[in-house]
Design a binder for this molecule. Sequence first.
Ligand SMILES: NC(=O)c1ccc[n+]([C@@H]2O[C@H](COP(=O)([O-])OP(=O)(O)OC[C@H]3O[C@@H](n4cnc5c(N)ncnc54)[C@H](O)[C@@H]3O)[C@@H](O)[C@H]2O)c1
Length: 384
Amino acid sequence: MKNLRLGVIGLGNMGKFHADYLVQNKVPRCQLTALASSSQEKLSRYPGVRHFSSGEELISSGMVDAVLIATPHYSHTTLGISAFEAGLHVLVEKPISVHKADAERLVESARRTGRVFAAMFQLRTEPRYQKLKSLIDSGELGDLVRVNWIITDWFRTESYYSSGGWRATWSGEGGGVLLNQCPHQIDLLHWLCGTPQRVRGFCQFGRYHDIEVEDNVTVYFEYDKGTTGLFVTSTGETPGTNRLEIAGTKGRVVLEQGRLTFTRNETDMQVFSKVAKSGFARPDVWNIEIPSENAQHQHATVVQNFVEAVLDGSPLIAPGAEGLKSVEFANAALYSTWTNQTVSLPLDGAKFESTLLEIISKSTHQKRKSTPSVATDFASSFIR
Ligand SMILES: NC(=O)c1ccc[n+]([C@@H]2O[C@H](COP(=O)([O-])OP(=O)(O)OC[C@H]3O[C@@H](n4cnc5c(N)ncnc54)[C@H](O)[C@@H]3O)[C@@H](O)[C@H]2O)c1
């Protein structure tokens, strides 16, 4: 195969964004050959590309080698599995699925069919996160002590939540801010610091909006070596904060407003504490500003990497199977809230699924009347 024939499924906010750069041939060796949407009007904006009224038709058309799935979350699993079964490679939007059991079905289908499976976690292409990762992986930060991420600048209005029938309902979306806005940050937490062992979630449902899912969340979590974590998020706070702070025995790194700063202990805290003569002594520190540029085309870079994985066997930036971790963490935070207990990971995916189905069956929430989405500022929500 010289070029990859790619089809995009879904032409909402995200699918349109992908289709626009792909139709301009912004990704080398990637040919946009097909689009699927139930809207003829949306499809008509892309002449010269084969149109299908559903993802299922596109998958069985023989027009593509791979699909990029940009539909509401539940269908990531069903469309993804259909695509794998049809022998296609899959790049799926985040979250890879709504819940762990579905994510496992999707991952298993990829494994069994041996197709390339990638997830759209484009923040992994941002140099500031890559530098942070190499700082941690190289041991520069020492043993991790504490990780705190306050990401409360996801403000959304009632108009946003009423813009799509599927949004912010248990049956249509399966969750709120943890599943829609935060999969990127939760993915980065796992990519940077690994998988926690225990999760205690405090989710508030419809606190700021007329919705039934969570829009204000605090999650406390712990790793096996005792490292503690706090993840705080909201779509009801403005101006909000985006501050990631990771403390290690060799110093502390803070990422806020795009600035990455490292306060480095001259001596590892554990060594210093044992040898210092004074009870109030502290190690001297160096203040280091770590420069980084913004990635230019986060999404296109992930697609390019996907194309290279299929055509050349290159390693993936974000393997689809790793998307299971952020789904599990979000599920665990919800499950912990529902049961008022700390959840040990791995989460029981079947139990979570049956609880979610029960909540769906008992839901009496009336969704606000849908209004057309005005998404002029959609792309500005990417840079984090
Ligand atoms: N990576 C990112 O930065 C990013 C940003 C926003 C959204 N997303 C993800 O993209 C997905 C879509 O979000 P959105 O904001 O574009 O939603 P949206 O409601 O604007 O668009 C979804 C579209 O999918 C279509 N659709 C549904 N089922 C389909 C099917 N079977 N075949 C063809 N089309 C189908 C709908 O008609 C709709 O037009 C979500 O999972 C979301 O989490 C990712």
